[in-house]
Ligand binder design. Sequence first.
Ligand code: KIV
Length: 266
Amino acid sequence: MAMLTVKEIKARKGKSPIVMVSAYDYVSAKVCAEAGVDIILVGDSLAMTLLGYDSTLPVTVEEMMVFVKAVRRGAPEGFVVADMPFMSYQESVESAVRNAGAFVKFAGASAVKVEGASDAVLSAIDRMVDAGIQVMGHIGLTPQSSVFSEGYRVKGRGIEEAKALIGQAKALEEAGVFAIVLECVPEPLGADIADAVDVPVIGIGAGRFCDGQVLVFSDIVGLYDRILPKFVRRYANGYEVVSSAVKRFVEEVRSGIFPGEENVYK
Ligand code: KIV
């Protein structure tokens, strides 16, 4: 299947739901590609779900590069978005463009994602787009800035916060993003934000009326259980499956069942 283009992704708005999965390595990317996932996001959530940190903040550009390259190898024809880690785009417009460019040029990303819609972030988006880099926005709950300020909570419950989020979505569209991730807002606000902009709004905990949905791979397959938000649906208990396989290996080695006749060279 040929790689989706930004034009095709935008044309899906309001017509056919866009499916995005946050996945981080060769195998999960291959699984996503084979399942027909439209966009693979190499999310900085990997800092928590894969690397075991308490937040997304510690992961670096260098570390993210390794995962983006692995995902590209697992999904050679996939539309792969590299999540820009904390402090890779906030410091200056120049460093934002340089880091985003590295994800595209050296790791094979199709696009990058940044969190928030502050003036600094909007200027960075503007310059990245000007340089020919495709950018996805992310508003609502933005884990990089929320973790220490107010924790992970539903955003936009009050009228002022709701209006501010609609304004942020419009500002991101104006700055040139091709799609927006909207995280953890009440369903009616998710619908209003999707209506307020012409670019696709991909929800995670933003209700049923967005233009697409995203979940994290390890949540879908049940591999990460330290945090389980209401918006997650688990489609498998991967932790149990993996854990029982490893336990059986341990038992079989200890009891002499493994290796068997079929596993040895004659
Ligand atoms: O880091 C991530 O995986 C994300 C998604 C949850 C949207 O940003």
